[in-house]
Ligand binder design. Structure first.
Ligand SMILES: *Cc1c(COP(=O)(O)O)cnc(C)c1O
Length: 382
């Protein structure tokens, strides 16, 4: 931990060599299977890494105007042929023209949205490709908040709602049904997708399999994924896209914080200069327990602490962890795997400082990319 004893905290540290390892695996999947992989900015949008990311991935998928602009500005500058795909649960009248201008693909969520905007986007950008997001109504997503195919889902069009009159306007179809899942889960979704929608696939240019594929997680069956893609491509003669976010940022770095105070109230408590609520939101939303470097489960090592954040929310707690030595004020705490779905979701709740963004270069050098301050807090309020 000494390596980081002088870091100004809190800070996210993305490790370039780990990011490149993920990108190499995704590059291998593309090469072997013929699929095209684009980055879902929703999960990972550290644009200072895009000179590297754009060497491997074919573009970005955006959830709306701002992500599309970021993709155009910060990804496409490294690769003029990079693609911007934009999907939104509903596009807005006052944004659709700009979105059409800067997107290569636009994905509508419902037939009504497609009917409303398709000819307008084609007029603005004649080469734009049009897709509809479908809901295959099958998912083994682990939690409801992350299940796009749950009861009364608003995400994607079910087969019952598919309006045949729009089919001739389509260049492709999208689905997104997974969350942190393995290839068997994809296989199950794909079976349902084909059962429901295979009559519509012929004449299309592509099918986009969405995100949620845990390709870079240890144990993921990459060979089987490649087989499935090749099989699908040859069966339907279409391009296949994947748009992972998590798999790109998976285990590529950490959040480092400092112990500000410790005391005992029935158990040992430590207060850190970060926040579960503001900086590690999925630990509360999913919920899950982040690993802490050098620490064990509660009771496993000699000294157990409840680690909590520096906001006034009672539930701003990362969890209970045990350490070999008592925690001291000034000690650094490293939460592992905090690069995806963290800073893209951060808030300035309680006015607490947003963690800095840092990159650990492959050379070992630590680079401070951005530090936030009072102005970032103030600018969002009035
Ligand atoms: C969130 C999302 C993704 C990325 O999902 P990951 O779980 O980060 O891989 C891709 N496509 C769509 C439509 C999404 O909503």
């Amino acid at each position: 931990m000494n390596e980081y004893s002088n870091i100004k905290t809190p800070a996210y540290v993305c490790e370039e060599s780990l990011l490149e390892k993920n990108l190499q695996l995704l590059g291998y999947v593309q090469k072997e299977s013929g699929a095209k992989i684009i980055l879902a900015l929703k999960g990972f949008a550290m644009w200072s890494t895009f000179s590297l990311v754009s060497k491997y991935l074919r573009g970005c998928t955006a959830s709306g105007l701002y992500e599309a602009k970021l993709a155009r500005e910060e990804f496409c500058k490294y690769n003029k042929n990079a693609e911007v795909h934009t999907y939104s649960p509903a596009f807005k009248e006052d944004e659709i023209d700009e979105i059409a201008n800067i997107s290569d693909h636009i994905v509508f969520n419902s037939p009504a949205q497609l009917k409303r905007f398709a000819s307008r986007v084609k007029e603005i950008n004649p080469t734009i490709e049009i897709s509809l997001r479908l809901n295959p109504e099958v998912s083994s997503s682990p939690v409801d908040i992350y299940n796009p195919c749950g009861l009364y889902s608003r995400l994607g069009t079910t087969v019952a709602n598919l309006d045949e009159s729009i089919v001739s306007l389509l260049d492709g179809l999208n689905f997104h049904a997974l969350c942190e899942q393995d290839v068997d889960a994809l296989e199950a979704v794909l079976t349902a997708f084909e059962e429901k929608f295979s009559p519509y696939i012929k004449n299309l240019k592509y099918i986009n399999f969405g995100g949620g594929h845990h390709i870079t997680k240890k144990g993921y069956d990459v060979a089987k994924l490649i087989r499935i893609i090749k099989n699908f491509k040859s069966k339907y003669d279409v391009d296949v896209y994947f748009e992972p976010g998590e798999a790109v940022g998976w285990e590529t770095g950490f959040l480092i914080a400092t112990v500000l105070d410790t005391f005992t109230n029935g158990m040992n408590v430590a207060i850190l200069d970060t926040s579960a609520e503001a900086h590690m939101p999925d630990t509360l939303a999913m919920p899950y327990r982040a690993e802490v470097r050098g620490a064990g489960a509660a009771g496993e090592k000699k000294y157990t602490y409840r680690l909590g954040g520096n906001t006034c929310l009672a539930g701003d707690i990362m969890g209970d962890y045990s350490f070999d030595k008592p925690l001291q004020i000034g000690d650094k705490i490293i939460f592992e795997d905090q690069i995806h779905y963290t800073f893209v979701k951060n808030t300035t709740f309680n006015g607490i400082k947003l963690p800095s963004l840092m990159i650990k270069r492959s050379s070992g050098e630590l680079e401070l990319v951005k530090e936030f301050g009072y102005e970032d807090y103030k600018r969002r309020l009035s």
